[in-house]
Design a binder for this molecule. Structure first.
Ligand code: ATP
Length: 355
C-alpha cells in the first residue's frame, strides 16, 4: 500500500488557475474524498494524479516515488469514471481483460484475473454479456472490475455513482467501501455529494476555487467546520449573527438575533470581531414555550411553517423576525403551526465562526 502525497500541486490554464497550490496526504489503504462545488478543481486534481494532465507546478508522490512526470501507463492507477466508458462491442469479460492485454499478460493469467475481478464486484455470472444488456449499476460494477483487475496501487474514482438512481447509489456505496478494504488499495474519490462522502470517507478534503478549505474526518468536518463555506457545504445549518458574552455552565453565553444560546466552541478573536453561530437544524431541541424556564438561554418564537416528512418534520420558527430551521425527528403532532416554542442546543453544537 502507498500513500499519495500532493505537494503544492498547481494547474493553470492561461488565466484560469484551476488548482492553486494543493498539499495533501491521502493515507495508504484509505478512502480520501475530494469534494466541493462545480469548478473547484476536483477533476483536475484527479487527472493530474492519474497522469492525464501535466501539472503547472508542485509534485505528486506515490509513497516515496515521485510520479509527477511519469507517464500515466507507468503509474499503476485504476480509474473509474462517471460515464462507465465501457467498450460497447466487447463483452463484459473482454472489457475487463483489456487493461491486462495492454500490459501483455498471458492468456491463463488474464482468464484467472478477470474471473477474480468480476467475482469481487459480484458480476461473475455476466461475463459473456455486452454492456447494453446490463443495468447502469451493473455497468458501473464492470467499470470497477476493469479498474481493479491489474491490482493498481491507487484507485481513482470520478463521481462514480452520479448516473445511478438513489437506491443503487446506496447499494454501490457499500460495495465500493468493501472493495477498497478487501483490495487494500489507496482510493481517491471525487464527488459533490456530501452524503456520499460523509458515509464513506476516511478523510475528506473540501475545496473551493482550487484551494483546500479544510481536511478531516467526516465527523470533524460536519461538527467542527472552520468557516461558513464548509459548514454550509456539508449540510443544512442556521447562521445567526452572534455576540459572545460571559461564561456560563457549558461555555459562553451567546446573544443572537433569534435569542440566547450557549456555545462551547468560541474562537479566540479580539473583542468586537463579528461572528456568526452555526447551528444545524437537527441539533435544535424543540419544546413548548412554557416548558423552558424564562431564565434559561433559548431561542424563543412561533412555528411559522411545518412540513411533515414521515420520519421527521421540518419547521421554520419565527424568532422575533429571524427565521430558524428545526428538524424534529419522529414527530408526534400532525401540525404545530402557530405554537409558541423554545429552542435549545447542546453547547458543543453551537459553533461560532467568523462572519
Ligand atoms: P465539476 O464538479 O463541475 O466536475 P470540478 O471541481 O471537477 O467541477 P474542474 O473540472 O477540475 O472542476 O475545473 C476547475 C476549473 O478549471 C474550472 O474553472 C474549469 O472551468 C477550469 N478548466 C478545466 N479544464 C479546463 C481546460 N481544459 N481549459 C481551461 N479551463 C479549464
Amino acid at each position: 500500500m502507498v500513500a499519495v502525497t500532493l505537494d503544492r500541486l498547481r494547474k493553470a490554464y492561461d488565466a484560469t488557475v484551476a488548482v492553486d497550490g494543493v498539499s495533501l496526504d491521502a493515507p495508504a489503504g484509505g478512502l480520501t474524498f475530494l469534494l466541493g462545488p462545480s469548478g473547484c478543481g476536483k477533476t483536475t486534481i484527479l487527472r493530474m494524479i492519474a497522469g492525464f494532465l501535466e501539472p503547472s507546478g508542485g509534485a505528486i508522490r506515490f509513497g516515496a516515488r515521485d510520479v509527477t512526470h511519469v507517464p500515466a501507463e507507468q503509474r499503476n492507477c485504476g480509474m473509474v469514471f462517471q460515464s462507465y466508458a465501457l467498450w460497447p462491442h466487447l463483452t463484459v469479460a473482454q472489457n475487463v481483460a483489456f487493461g491486462l492485454e495492454v500490459r501483455k499478460a498471458g492468456a491463463e493469467e488474464i482468464r484467472r484475473r478477470v474471473g477474480e475481478a468480476l467475482d469481487m464486484v459480484r458480476m461473475g455470472a455476466y461475463a459473456a454479456r455486452r454492456p447494453n444488456q446490463l443495468s447502469g449499476g451493473q455497468q458501473q460494477r464492470v467499470a470497477l472490475a476493469r479498474a481493479i483487475v491489474y491490482r493498481p496501487e491507487v484507485l481513482l474514482l470520478d463521481e462514480p455513482l452520479s448516473n445511478l438512481d438513489a437506491k443503487l447509489r446506496l447499494e454501490m456505496r457499500g460495495e465500493i467501501r468493501r472493495i477498497v478494504d478487501e483490495m487494500k488499495v489507496t482510493a481517491i474519490y471525487v464527488t459533490h455529494d456530501q452524503k456520499e462522502s460523509l458515509s464513506l470517507a476516511d478523510r475528506m478534503v473540501v475545496l473551493r476555487d482550487g484551494c483546500i478549505e479544510q481536511v478531516g474526518g467526516p465527523r470533524e468536518l460536519y461538527e467542527r467546520p472552520v468557516n461558513r463555506f464548509v459548514a454550509e457545504f456539508l449540510g443544512e445549518t442556521n447562521f445567526l449573527d452572534a455576540e459572545p458574552e460571559g461564561a456560563v455552565p457549558g461555555g459562553r453565553a451567546v446573544r443572537t438575533a433569534a435569542g440566547m444560546l450557549v456555545s462551547a466552541v468560541v474562537p479566540d478573536r479580539p473583542a468586537g470581531t463579528r461572528l456568526v453561530a452555526s447551528v444545524r437544524p437537527e441539533s435544535l431541541r424543540l419544546a413548548a414555550g412554557g416548558d423552558v424556564p424564562a431564565d434559561r438561554p433559548a431561542l424563543r418564537g412561533t412555528i411559522a411553517e411545518s412540513t411533515y416528512l414521515g420520519e421527521m418534520a421540518q419547521h421554520r420558527v419565527d424568532c422575533g423576525g429571524t427565521m430558524v430551521k428545526v428538524f424534529e425527528l419522529n414527530p408526534r403532532q400532525a401540525s404545530r403551526r402557530g405554537q409558541a416554542v423554545a429552542l435549545t442546543a447542546e453547547p458543543d453544537q453551537v459553533v461560532l465562526l467568523d462572519r
